[in-house]
Design a protein around this ligand. Structure first.
Ligand SMILES: C[S@@+](CC[C@H](N)C(=O)[O-])C[C@H]1O[C@@H](n2cnc3c(N)ncnc32)[C@H](O)[C@@H]1O
Length: 373
């Protein structure tokens, strides 16, 4: 993968360069003193709050109040002017709140100030309305999952599954009347529901993003882990098809224009290896809650090290990357992906291989492996 000169300079503190052992990585431009924030990102391309936390986490700042439902649900009055100006099809009587909850009026208003946000709210609302019927039909049996997980996976099997969607399923749907189309919605579970919202938000953000901006450019060249993740969990291929089919049927035309199979595969394939967890703030690592995940393309070029020199943490809806030791010019800048740095060498490496799909080549692993064998 080549590195476009433009995206080399994500931060004044480091450059993205090719390594021989782990794709691209970040290298310091000069000496960096301990405590320096080398990157702060606030523009996520997509977020996903897990179903369990959908009412308990603020959709603007990700605040959490010990499992209490957030104070403000999105109500019709707050969006009626936006609906009128955008001519969207949301009616006052049936408005369900788009599945959006906020910790305060302030957070709700700041979310609503995002330009064109009503387009995304409309998608969430349409999905929320159809979801109960789709969920009712979902087959939760383990036989079904085992069956889907036993499919052999290769690049060409993935490609032919998508070719079939494109060449057979899409033309069939395109020729149907709207009511018939709705009857073709696949059964989905809460996991697909959350993923569909993640893709909606990604499509929406990309639609309005300047293609020249750093977030857009870094998103385009993110590394995809599609093949390694689907090979390990073949059921994900089926999962992705359900996500695509639901979006293809339900999305209003303004966002459906954005939905292509290659873009969906890039959004999901890159999420697998680049997403950060959205963790509860202010709690110790062992006791904090995991709310979901989000993707920050500019922050996705840090490689992992089992002895990281950068610590990442969330502050509201942004993420900060702070140097935890003095760094010399030219040194690689690495974070910890795993949260299991105290494990013995082989267990730690197995965890990384199973969850992140790479054999860790960091300095600590190289050194420790010499004494393991
Ligand atoms: C978030 S990306 C980091 C940027 C990536 N190197 C790239 O070129 O896009 C994660 C991927 O980087 C590679 N990687 C990160 N840390 C590594 C390590 N310690 N050893 C080997 N590969 C690593 C793996 O391929 C992993 O899936």
């Amino acid at each position: 993968m080549t590195i476009d000169e433009d995206v080399r300079q994500i931060s004044p503190y480091f450059q993205v360069r090719q390594t021989t052992w782990g794709g691209r990585a970040c290298f310091s431009n000069g000496n960096i003193p301990k405590g320096t924030t080398v990157l702060q990102v606030a523009k996520s391309t997509g977020t996903s709050i897990s179903y369990e936390f959908r009412k308990e986490v603020c959709h603007n700042c990700f605040a959490y109040n010990n499992a209490r439902t957030m104070k403000c649900k999105l109500n019709y009055d707050s969006v009626k002017d936006l609906i009128r100006d955008a001519h969207c099809q949301i009616s006052s009587k049936k408005f369900l709140g788009a599945g959006l909850w906020f910790c305060s009026e302030h957070c709700k208003n700041s979310y609503l100030q995002t330009p064109n946000i009503i387009e995304l709210i409309e998608c969430y609302e349409i999905l929320l309305r159809q979801f109960p019927n789709m969920l009712k039909r979902y087959d939760t049996s383990t036989e079904q999952e085992n069956k889907l997980n036993s499919i052999p996976i290769s690049e060409s099997i993935i490609q032919s599954a998508w070719d079939e969607i494109e060449n057979s399923w899409m033309p069939l749907i395109d020729n149907m009347k709207p009511t018939k189309k709705i009857s073709q919605l696949p059964p989905i579970s809460e996991d697909e529901y959350c993923c569909i919202r993640f893709v909606c938000e990604s499509l929406f953000n990309l639609k309005y993003m300047d293609p020249q901006c750093m977030t857009y450019r870094t998103f385009n060249i993110l590394q995809s882990n599609e093949l390694s993740k689907i090979s390990k969990f073949p059921v994900l291929l089926h999962f992705q098809k359900l996500v695509f089919q639901t979006l293809y049927i339900l999305l209003p035309s303004h966002l459906r224009k954005m939905l292509t199979i290659p873009l969906l595969r890039h959004i999901l394939g890159t999420e697998y290896g680049n997403a950060f967890g959205i963790w509860q703030e202010g709690e110790a690592a062992e006791s904090r809650e995991y709310f979901g995940y989000w993707v920050f393309p500019e922050a996705s070029y840090f490689n992992h090290s089992c002895n990281p020199n950068v610590t990442k943490h969330r502050k509201g809806n942004s993420m900060l990357f702070k140097v935890n030791t003095d760094i010399k010019k030219g040194e690689q800048i690495c974070i910890d992906y795993s949260g299991v740095l105290s494990l013995p060498t082989l267990e730690r490496r197995n965890f990384l291989a199973d969850s992140w799909f790479f054999d860790c080549a960091c300095e600590r692993c190289v050194l420790e492996l010499q004494s393991v064998h």
